[in-house]
Write a protein that binds this ligand. Structure first.
Ligand code: AMP
Length: 117
């Protein structure tokens, strides 16, 4: 189902705008961030529209699991497992979310500070 929702990511899901897609299943899409914050910066999104994590409920249990498994698979394919990688969800505008379609950032191939900024 290609609902996507009314955001830029919905347009990517429906192939209305281009993206550098690196992974796809019937439920999940992953593509390179247009403004990378690390040498490897990939976004993993559900194809159905969830605004953010708060928008998810128990019906999304399987989808949320698939998103995390996709992250692990993509990180492995991108050669990030040895060096380590960071997975980020900016949840809500106050946390830096700018696109209101749930997405997981995979960041790799640079050093990371803790706590994050
Ligand atoms: P966030 O600030 O957590 O909502 O992250 C949104 C991310 O989407 C940012 O890192 C943007 O650079 C990225 N982004 C916005 N538009 C596009 C696009 N058309 N293709 C790929 N990444 C995008």
């Amino acid at each position: 189902m290609l609902t996507g929702g009314d955001t830029i990511f919905g347009k990517i899901i429906r192939r209305e705008i281009p993206a550098d897609i690196v992974y796809e299943t019937d439920k999940v899409l992953a593509f390179r961030d247009i403004q990378p914050q690390a040498p490897t910066h990939i976004l993993v999104i559900p194809k159905t529209h969830l605004r953010d994590l708060t928008d998810a409920n128990t019906n999304d249990r399987e989808l949320l699991g698939e998103l995390l498994l996709a992250v692990a698979h993509i990180a492995k394919s991108a050669g990030l497992t040895e060096s380590g990688y960071r997975v980020v969800i900016n949840n809500g505008a106050g946390a830096g979310q700018s696109v209101f379609h749930l997405h997981l950032h995979i960041l790799g191939k640079r050093k990371f500070a803790w706590p994050p900024g």
